[in-house]
Design a binder for this molecule. Sequence first.
Ligand code: FAD
Ligand code: NAP
Length: 321
Amino acid sequence: MSNTISSRLVVLGSGPAGYTAAIYAARAGMAPIVIQGIQPGGQLTTTTDVENYPGFRDVIQGPWLMEEMQAQAEHVGTKVVWDHITSVDLSHRPFRLTGDSGTSYFADALVIATGAQAKWLGLPSEEHMKGRGASACATCDGFFYRGKKVAVIGGGNTAVEEALYLTNHSHDVTLIHRRDSLRAEKILQDRLFANEKIKVVWDSEVVNFVGGGTPEALVGLDIRNRNSGEISRVDVEGAFVAIGHKPATELFADQLELDEDGYLKVDLGSTRTTIPGVFACGDVMDKIYRQAVTAAGTGCMAALDAEKFLAAQEYEAMAAE
Ligand code: FAD
Ligand code: NAP
């Protein structure tokens, strides 16, 4: 049976941006609804140690931090629902969102905090080996490769953190990077280079995920040296692709303006999108900083922008009566 839920403010997404928007909106009396999506808590639920979120002297865990954010949002009056939104109609207010559950959500204002998702290399062999040794989340799947040789592909913070994390399970971790220097922060690079369980293969790209055995499982990666063109085999049973993320904006592509990389465009210094009453925050509109704390910061901005928008609408409606 289809169901209808109406709210002054719907927050789409339950990462640091969405929950922070909800905390501010709830405290401003907007009684927001947060729609969690298929990844409740967002990207930080795929990691372990978080050392750079302010307020915690000791290392905290990503999933724990997100549970605390949800609890805080609910405590101040947010309704959190599990649903995955499959279509949106932003052509008139109230905006309409339709979920997998069959529920239609109507919102006077909308905060989009749908974040970003892991990118894959796009090789057919990679697709074939997903679940058979190819993964995009070491913290989720690393445990399955304890005592085995593994590789991480990429050169950013995620790749380096995943390589370091995997040394908890494996004595032999190979980081494969397409250039001759890493993009990751220096402190992470220092830890990586100091770790004897990790070796780095530079200037190389993966060209094939190699399967073998019955049932079939990953036995290696074929890599090509980008300088010499030489192809060689790295024997690994787990390969973790950590080459960045793509913003979750497909839902809005024909309704809101996106930039050349698919991120939602907002007015400079605000979270206003190209449709009045629709605001965007977090990784879905930020391709530069992409941190939990910046996502939370823009989540706060989105709630304040939405509050101002709704107050102006309500004042105009009253004045017209
Ligand atoms: P996300 O966390 O991506 O959340 C997006 C939310 O939107 C999810 O809840 C999802 O379910 C929901 N959603 C998407 N589409 C739909 C839909 N159609 N319907 C309903 N809901 C939807 N940052 C740090 O500051 N410190 C760190 O130590 C750190 N470590 C990291 C480790 C890893 C492995 C990764 C991948 C990232 C890390 N980051 C770290 C970056 C940080 O996690 C992100 O910047 C942050 O989570 C972005 O928050 P967000 O709220 O914008 O989006
Ligand atoms: P990223 O910073 O965009 O790095 C992606 C890496 O993958 C780059 O090294 C890139 O190579 C490589 N790459 C991209 N496409 C590739 C391809 N097709 N084939 C091979 N290699 C490819 O992504 P990220 O590491 O996931 O980090 C995302 C954001 O989250 C960043 O802002 C990061 O700071 C943040 N984050 C922070 C922390 C932390 O603060 N502790 C931890 C994790 C993530 P090039 O270098 O050649 O471009």
